[in-house]
Each structure stands twice: as C-alpha cells, then as structure tokens.
Design a protein around this ligand. Structure first.
Ligand SMILES: [Zn+2]
Length: 682
C-alpha cells in the first residue's frame, strides 16, 4: 500500500483509486463468488483507510464504495420510463408445453435445425434495470408495469454485489443490464437470526423481504438486508461491442464485474433444456437462493429479433415453472421438540399432503410468536407452502370458524425431554435449562465435553459418541468415566487395543485445568476465552458456581446475557449434581491460586489488527486473557499495545498517531513465550 504523504497529492489519488478497486474486487469475491480472500477485519481496514483519505482530502465521489449508503431518505419514489419495455415471460408447467414452445419457434423461423437455448434458474426475486453511463451506475429502476418503474437507485447502491462502476467501460457508452434482485437463503437466515436476537419480528419469506427492502425510502433500511442480484439480460446498449448471443454476453457481463448466475447453461434443442430443468429441480434445495423454475431463451440475439414479441411477452423465451407449491391440510397436533442446543420448537403434525414434489406430514412452527401470528390452533385447516427452501411451512389458517374443537397451543413449562424448567431466551426463543442432563442435548453436550479444546479425550470422537448414546451405553458426560473394557470391546469396529487406548485417554484427560473443565460444561455463550476470564477472576469453581449475576457482569468480556446464562446453568440442581459426579469420578485440576494482580499482563489492554500467520486470532485472544490482559476491538488512548500483522490499516495508523506501543506478530509470539515461562500455569 502506498504510504501516507501530505506533500504528494498524486500518490493520495492513486491510493484512493487503488483502494476503491480493491474493495470492489473483494465485494465481488465475497458477495457474488462466495470466495472471500481476506478477513472481514481486513476488509474493514481497507474501507476505513479509504474513508479516512476521502474525508481528509475531500475526495469523496458517488462511485466510491464508501458512498453506498450515502443519500438521505427520499420523500417519495420518482417514476422512470423504460426505454425498452421490460416484458414478462409466458409460463409452462410440463414437458409437452415446452415442446410446443419449440415447435412454434421452428415453424415461425421455417427452419428445422435444432436451436441453441440459454437456460438459467428462475430466481424468485424482484426484476430491476440498472443503467451504467460511461461505466458508472447512474440509475436503477424496478420493472413496475414493464413500461414505467420506480427509481430505486439509492437502494440498489447499497447492494455490495452490484458494482457502482464497471471495469473498463468505453467512453460515451451506455449499458442497461436487467436482472433479479433477491435475498439468498444464508442472508435470509442471517437476518432472521438477528431478528430473533433483537427480539423483533422474523421475516416470513425471502422474496417478500427482498421486495420490501428494495422499496424503502431510507437506504439505511435497505442496507440492513444482504440483497444480491443476478443479471439475466441487457436492455439499451450504446457504444459498446457486445457478442451476438446471450451465453457470450453473460461472459462479458461477468468480466465487467457484474454478477451473473453460476448455475446457467446452454442446451441444443428443447430436450436438453428440459433435462436442465429436471436437474435444476433436483438441486433446487441445495442452491443458496430460492427459485421457482427455469427460464429458457433462444441464445442468438438475431434470432430473438426475428421472432419478436407478442402483446406482452417475447416469443423467444419461456419460463418453466416447478410444480404447484401450496396445498391445504389439517393440523392434527403440535409437539414441542428440544433441539441439540436446548431450543424448544413447536412442530405441527399434519395430515400428510403432497406439495412441491414431496409428502409433508409435519412442519416447524418456529416459535410461539409465529403461532400467534398465524393464529393457528390444533384442528385448524391450513395452507402449506413448499417454496424453494427445504422446510415446508404453514402460511395461513383457512376458515378458522370451521374448526369445531379448536385446541389452543400452549408452551410447556418443563422440557418435554428432561423435565428441566424451560426459560425464555431473548424475545421469542425458549430453551431447556438441563444442559448436562437433557437427553435431547445429550450427544451435543458429550461431543463438546470430549472435544479437543475442552477435555481433549483422544479417541472419543463424534461417531463413537453417537454409537454409545444410541445403544444407551452412556447417558451423560458422567457416563464417559463409567465405560469399561468389556462394553467397548463389544462395540462394532472396536478392537481390544483401541479400547484400551481409549480408556487410558479417558483416564489421562481427568487431570485438566479449571478453564478447560468450565468450557467443557457447555454453558451457553461460555467459550474458551470467557472460561479463562472466569477462572482468572474467581480462581475457583465454587466461586464461579456461587457468583451472582451482578458479580459475573464485572468479569472482563461478560455482559448481562452471558452472566444470565452462567447463573441459570448453576441454579439447575441437575447440572450441579453432574458436576459433583464428574469430580467424584476423578476429574481434577490444580488449585488456581490466581491473584489477578500477579498475572503478567494484568489489566493491560491489547488490540489485534491485520492478519496473523503463526496463530489464529482466537488463540491469540485466549493467550492474552490467560495472562490477565483485556482484548479490545478498537484503539483508544487506553490501549497499551497493538499487535499488527500484515494488512493492518486504520487501527495501526491510529496507534501510531496516539504513540501506542506497536509490535509485530513475531514479537508477540516471543513475548508470550517469555511470559508463559515465568507464569504459574493455571
Ligand atoms: Zn431438556
């Protein structure tokens, strides 16, 4: 990266241009290709540096990635007339109609040669038009009625996979690309996880969420939704040489940095296209975005032109829609399932119904809020939809008055699997508090307990744990210490030698550290670093077990939510009993005579920035906490030391500005080695 130099404007401008290109490149790698090359932190570093330069030297401009969420809320949408109308597609639902489509074309062309078609998934999103003038995104509009749409430029600018500037556009050029803006499945899941965490309403389906997000007057609302886009055609083109067929145009759009669908293909003759449709239907659930069919288009633009359009749709394109996806059925019962992590989820048992190609006999209702929202009761007739996603869902209740014996759905107070009290976790989630004893959480808790970073029981892997639990040989983590040689030798694929090795590994693992043991208990949100903080703060298990929420909140890195989880865990007598039994089985650790003030880095604040080669950031953080240091996310005058790896950006600059001690990763590792030598191990 060029160095910061007041005297040299040219260098600054070069760096700004370099940073913009870099950020655009990484946006594309992350949002379109799903193949990030740098960490989020490093990306933020580039962005901060660019913002810094643009503000300091007044270099901000609308095509800069820093300006994606630049504009203020609009008073209203303005209308845009499409120079070339955005047509809608005719639809077919079966192979025969697809063959008819081909026959109509060959007849009109008076040519029986097999035609080449371009095939692509029909993404379930919102159709839009983007206009690039001289390579810069000038305008984005919704399809609207095909002739007139709404100006949504301010919102489209927030979508990271859409370049604000395309690469190497000729002068005086105009390029209109059209495509579908959508919300991918991971993005949809992410915003719903966030909604659950914040206790706000969950979004019901990705398409409506995308449509809502794109029609916000305030672009900051749009920016909160990780929208994506795939281009599917071009509109107005001036002063640009583009290939004469669609499949090659896609390659050019891709090379310009525009997002195109990776699951597209070409087919010779309609039979190949139909095979493509079937393949697509098969892999539909595995795709990262929702689709409702495939689109088949004549590949050659000249042939498209010859075929022309009829009233509303082109004669050269056809949508093949996947089978119908909504059916009605009856809710027979609602059961509450306990997930691997203790979440209690209502599941509706349905009268089996064939929808979207599969028979559905049960479906999740997600949470009690969703039940309220739907107003669903046992005995109600409901509409079940199977969209592109794997899990079918109830979308609404039909004729609620028709249910003569409605039964209201009530959340149980006790876990249906272990009878531990059920606790509210956040606004909408409920959770079983029987972490160590709940059979539903059994496999998960044992796997976690035995894992490398927890009790580190060599040879006790996931597969073996599943086998031991399934054959009812162990019920909880305590059971690990009760397994004997005979039991193990009688298992499939277990020789005497490996059984003996496992037993000695179990024995060996009993001598551990308090921090490992605490982490191994699997208390919600208590990771390795938090476990270390707790040990450093309290020094003993008894101290931690009897700590009040107010006390826990005083520990570094622990906020009210984590404190609550810890308190809840130790208030459950079943958990306490398990801990007692584990210690009776011989699990032990050296006394932790921690006097916080004696720790080598007591109360020092570190910041990690840039990339690390010798250890992961997580490891570095754990090491620091072990030595009594705090690890902060940003540099301030309270920072004692910054560890800067390659690619460190604004945090490093800030540290230098404030005169804070900066060390390299090598120096950091050296420091750890020295401190650990004199450190009394906990
Ligand atoms: Zn339970």
């Amino acid at each position: 990266m060029p160095t910061f130099n007041m005297a040299n404007d040219k260098k600054i401008i070069e760096e700004v241009s370099y940073l913009r290109k870099e950020i655009q490149k990484h946006d594309r790698l992350y949002h379109t290709l799903d193949a990030p090359e740098i960490t989020d932190a490093d990306y933020d570093g580039l962005m901060l540096r660019l913002e810094d330069l643009e503000t300091t030297y007044d270099l901000a401009s609308s095509e800069s990635p820093t300006q994606r969420v630049g504009s203020r809320p609009l008073p209203e949408f303005s209308q845009i007339t499409h120079e070339i109308s955005m047509l809608s597609l005719n639809k077919v639902f079966n192979e025969k109609d697809l063959i008819d489509f081909e026959n109509r074309i060959t007849k009109r062309l008076e040519d029986n040669t097999l035609l080449k078609f371009s095939c692509e998934p029909k993404v379930d999103g919102v159709a839009v038009s983007l206009l690039y003038r001289d390579g810069v995104l000038e305008r984005a509009a919704t399809r609207g009625d095909g002739v007139t749409g709404e100006d949504i430029t301010h919102n489209v600018r927030t979508i990271r996979s859409i370049p604000l500037e395309i690469l190497d556009a000729p002068e005086n050029s105009l390029l209109e690309v059209r495509g579908e803006i959508f919300l991918g499945k991971p993005g949809f899941q992410k915003i719903n996880e966030r909604a659950e965490k914040e206790g706000s309403k969950v979004f019901v389906n990705p398409r409506n969420t995308a449509a809502g997000a794109i029609r916000q007057l305030d672009p900051r609302n749009t920016a909160r939704i990780p929208l994506q886009m795939y281009c599917y055609s071009i509109g107005v083109v001036k002063n640009m040489d583009l290939p004469e067929n669609l499949s090659d145009i896609f390659l050019v759009l891709d090379s310009l940095g525009l997002p195109v669908n990776p699951d597209r293909a070409t087919g010779i003759g309609i039979e190949e296209c139909f095979a493509y449709c079937l393949q697509l239907l098969e892999k539909r659930n595995a795709l990262n975005y929702e689709i409702d069919g495939a689109v088949i288009k004549v590949n050659e633009l000249a042939t498209q032109k010859r075929l022309g359009v009829n009233a509303r749709s082109p004669r050269w394109a056809m949508a093949y829609k996947f089978p119908a996806e909504e059916k009605s059925t009856v809710v027979l019962d609602v059961e509450f399932q306990v997930g691997r992590t203790g979440t209690i989820t209502p599941v509706a048992r349905l009268e089996p119904v064939f929808v979207g190609g599969v028979t559905v006999s049960n479906t999740t209702l997600h949470n009690m809020d969703e039940i309220d929202r739907l107003g669903v009761r046992i005995g109600d007739s409901v509409i079940v939809r199977r969209a592109g996603d794997v899990i079918p869902k109830i979308v609404r209740v039909l004729n609620p008055l028709g249910n003569k014996n409605p039964i209201t759905i009530i959340l149980p107070a006790m876990c249906p699997a272990c009878n531990s009290p059920v606790e509210k976790d956040g606004e909408v989630l409920y959770r079983c508090t029987g972490g160590l004893v709940c059979p539903a959480q059994r496999k998960q808790s044992i796997k976690h307990y035995a894992s490398r970073t927890a009790m580190d029981i060599e040879g006790l892997g996931d597969k073996l744990i599943e086998q031991l639990v399934d054959e009812e040989l162990i019920e909880s983590v305590v059971g690990i210490y009760k397994i004997d040689l005979d039991t193990l030798v009688n298992l499939d694929r277990m020789g005497k030698k490996s059984a003996e090795n496992l037993l000695s590994a179990i024995e060996k693992s009993k001598s551990t550290s308090l921090a490992r043991f605490l982490f191994a208990l699997g208390i919600r949100e208590v990771g390795e670093a938090t476990a270390l903080s707790l040990v450093n703060h309290y020094g003993s298990l008894d101290g931690i077990m009897s700590a009040k929420t107010s006390g826990l909140e005083k520990v570094a890195d622990i906020g009210p939510i984590v404190a609550h989880h810890i308190r809840l865990f130790f208030l459950n007598n079943n958990n306490v009993e398990q801990i007692f039994e584990l210690r009776s089985s011989g699990v032990s650790w050296p006394d932790v005579s921690v006097d916080r003030d004696l720790l080598a880095l007591a109360d020092q604040t570190f910041v990690l920035t840039g990339s690390m080669q010798l250890m992961s950031r997580r490891e570095a953080k754990a090491e620091l906490i072990k030595l009594g240091a705090k690890v902060a996310g940003s540099v301030s005058k309270n920072t004692d030391c910054v560890v800067a790896g390659p690619g460190a950006g604004s945090k490093l600059a800030k540290a230098q500005e404030l005169g804070i001690n900066v060390i390299s990763e090598d120096e950091f590792v050296e420091m750890l080695a020295q401190l650990n030598n004199v450190q009394v191990r906990t």
